[in-house]
Design a protein around this ligand. Structure first.
Ligand code: IPM
Ligand code: MG
Length: 356
């Protein structure tokens, strides 16, 4: 049966990188069907809601959803539930996509794009597994209240349960089995009860089922430091929603640009969401300048994890590697003073490699 993909271009540079990705999908000639739906600020403008019901339903039915990015200054002052980000958080929550896979891979051709020394990042291949539907981004109580005397109080709640921790840790252990068989679990058990619970539950699950994988534990602040000092010590990192958000941006930058990093968000069933780690970059939106490779590589992850075409994923990833080896660069990954190409030209370069 033919597979069906929902594309969510979202905001800012989203429509541009989506157009490049759709061209690449067409060039792969897989016979898949696809459609585009509204999410984020674009959906707020058209319908009043950051996650319209028909978008959610289409994503529920799809074999894979590929989202570009959401957000922008235009919507930055609305209430949290009326912001573009609520569309993305709602999608993750409604589809119960609890495991967010964020690989950070350094391509040899891009070694000089990293701000770190080549000997520190050469050959880097790590995977951050971020818990995506719990923790402080979703915990209650939350809100800002007036407490009198011209004082206000802002509250968010960091909360995790046994099953929330176990299911994401299990995913991390299983992924580690297919890689370097090492998991580093990251929290702040030294100061947070939720972190202590995290450490205890991961340790228990490991002893029950995954003793063939090497497990270590690290505090999140130390992990941030170790990612810059010696990132190759890691294979798979599993961590909560907040720390995963932060550490994955740091890990992404080891590779030279946020514009290169794809991610996959998976749950227990069919619905899945693939998205670049980068944001909507309003400062360069509409200028045909953004790097579409993170979204193109997100399509590759979708082919591998949701669309039963690991062969096409390999083909696509190799085409991207070749394009980089050919020296094709968008502005974000070019050396100072060197030439760079547009978003659409980068997409076309990948298409040409696929056809060639
Ligand atoms: C990410 C983003 C999102 C997050 C925002 C846009 C809500 O930063 O995917 O990392 O915080 O999860
Ligand atoms: Mg983030």
């Amino acid at each position: 049966m033919s597979k069906h993909i929902v594309f969510l271009p979202g905001d800012g540079i989203g429509p541009e990188v989506t157009a490049a990705t759709i061209k690449v999908l067409d060039a792969l000639k897989l016979g898949f069907t696809y459609e585009q739906k509204l999410v984020g600020g674009a959906a707020i403008d058209a319908t009043g809601s950051p996650l319209p019901a028909d978008t959610l339903e289409a994503c529920r039915q799809a074999d894979a959803t590929i989202l570009a990015c959401v957000g922008g200054p235009k919507w930055a002052h609305a209430a949290y539930d009326k912001r573009p980000e609520a569309g993305l958080l709602g999608l993750r929550k409604e589809l119960d996509l609890f495991a967010n896979l964020r690989p950070a891979i350094v391509f040899d051709a891009l070694i000089d794009a990293s701000t770190l020394k080549p000997e520190v990042v050469r050959g880097l291949d790590i995977l951050i597994v971020r818990e995506l539907t719990g923790g402080v981004y979703f915990g209650t109580p939350r809100g800002i209240t007036d407490i009198g005397n011209c004082e206000r109080r802002g509250v968010n709640t960091q909360v995790y349960t046994t099953s929330e921790i176990r299911r994401v840790a299990a995913r991390a252990f299983e992924l580690a089995r297919k890689r370097g068989r090492k998991v580093c679990s990251v929290e702040k058990a030294n100061v947070m009860e939720s972190g202590l619970l995290w450490r205890e539950e991961v340790t228990k699950l490991h002893a029950e089922k995954y003793t063939d994988v090497e497990l270590s534990h690290m505090y999140a602040d130390n992990c941030a430091m170790q990612l810059l000092r010696n990132p190759s010590q890691f294979d798979v990192i599993v961590t909560d929603n907040l720390f995963g958000d932060i550490l994955s941006d740091a890990a992404a930058m080891l590779t030279g640009s946020l514009g290169m990093l794809p991610s996959a968000s998976l749950g227990a069933g069919k619905p899945s969401l693939y998205e670049p780690v980068h944001g909507s970059a309003p400062d360069i939106a509409g200028q045909n300048k953004a790097n579409p490779l993170a979204m193109i590589l997100s399509l590759a992850m979708a082919l591998r994890y949701s669309l039963d075409r690991p062969d096409a994923a390999d083909t696509l990833e190799n085409a991207v590697k070749q394009v980089l080896t050919d020296g094709v660069r968008t502005a974000d990954i070019t050396a100072k003073g060197q030439a760079f190409v547009s978003t659409s030209a980068m997409g076309d370069a990948v298409v040409a490699r696929l056809n060639g």
